[in-house]
Write a protein that binds this ligand. Structure first.
Ligand code: ADP
Ligand code: MG
Length: 244
């Protein structure tokens, strides 16, 4: 292993195939006493990788996801996202970077019940402050395209209440794909699904990975983490290799 000084390490960009790189990341919450939620976390995720992060409640999973999603800042250490050192960015730049690189998928699907599948997906952009130009295709055309990609081309006019759980989560994934993200950050994406619907989401993850999307999935479910190409365990804010 190559050794570098701490200062050089902080400055050296990772190679172009690295989507995420955390170096010595700590997150300490001001509390009495202070809580060290992330402890010297080192993590590299390569383009096209499907990484699972597993760990017990309170181990730092949400803090890690918030950090990776640029919703929270490390107390110390550096975070490179797609070649950009995020530490020095201001809030507007972080928002723009998040919008152009990251899609979020959560346990609850957060679909609007009185909007169709297509409208729910289009609404991904109603709140987007800015972003790269997406050419001349309309929002509706792009919504249909991502819905085809997740296998829901036949459901565009449905209300969420008429969908299965797996179809609802795939709608939420389509919405996350509207920004053409390099990276999908997923927090317990199958937590509300039975095994059949879980399988339909996992099959979609396989397809997205084959299309070059990088997936980072937080999960408690062994059947979900087993499908990843790599597993990492977090415990008391420290990352370690998953051995099972
Ligand atoms: P997980 O998602 O794995 O359950 P979290 O990342 O939510 O874990 O929390 C990690 C640790 O940080 C826990 O001890 C939690 O109580 C603490 N923590 C999380 N957020 C805050 C906060 N805003 N203020 C103080 N402590 C926090
Ligand atoms: Mg959590």
């Amino acid at each position: 292993m190559r050794r570098r000084t701490a200062a050089a390490r902080f400055e050296d960009p990772p190679d172009v195939n690295t989507v995420i790189e955390l170096r010595q990341v700590c997150r300490i919450f001001d509390a009495e006493p202070p809580v060290r939620a992330l402890h010297d976390v080192e993590l590299s995720v390569h383009r096209g990788e499907h990484l699972a992060i597993v760990g017990p409640s309170g181990s730092g999973k949400s803090t890690l996801l918030n950090t990776l999603g640029l919703l929270d800042r490390p107390t110390s250490g550096s975070y490179w996202l797609d070649g950009v050192l995020t530490n020095a960015l201001g809030d507007l730049e972080r928002t723009a970077l998040r919008g152009s690189r990251i899609g979020f998928v959560f346990q609850s699907f957060h679909l609007l019940p009185y909007r169709t599948v297509e409208e729910n997906v289009m609404l991904a952009e109603a709140y987007r402050a800015s972003g790269p130009s997406r050419g001349r295709r309309t929002r509706a055309e792009r919504a249909r395209e991502v819905l085809e990609r997740v296998g829901l081309g036949h459901r565009i006019g449905f209300l969420p209440g008429r969908l299965s759980g797996g179809e609802r989560q795939r709608t939420a994934i389509a919405r996350a794909l509207m920004g053409e993200p390099a990276l999908l950050l997923c927090d317990e994406p199958t937590g509300n699904l039975d095994s059949e619907n879980t399988e339909s989401v996992l099959a979609l993850f396989d397809e997205l990975q084959a299309q070059g999307i990088t997936l980072l999935v937080i999960t408690h479910d062994d059947s979900v983490s087993r499908r990843a190409t790599r597993r990492v365990r977090i415990h008391d804010g420290r990352l370690g290799l998953e051995t099972t």
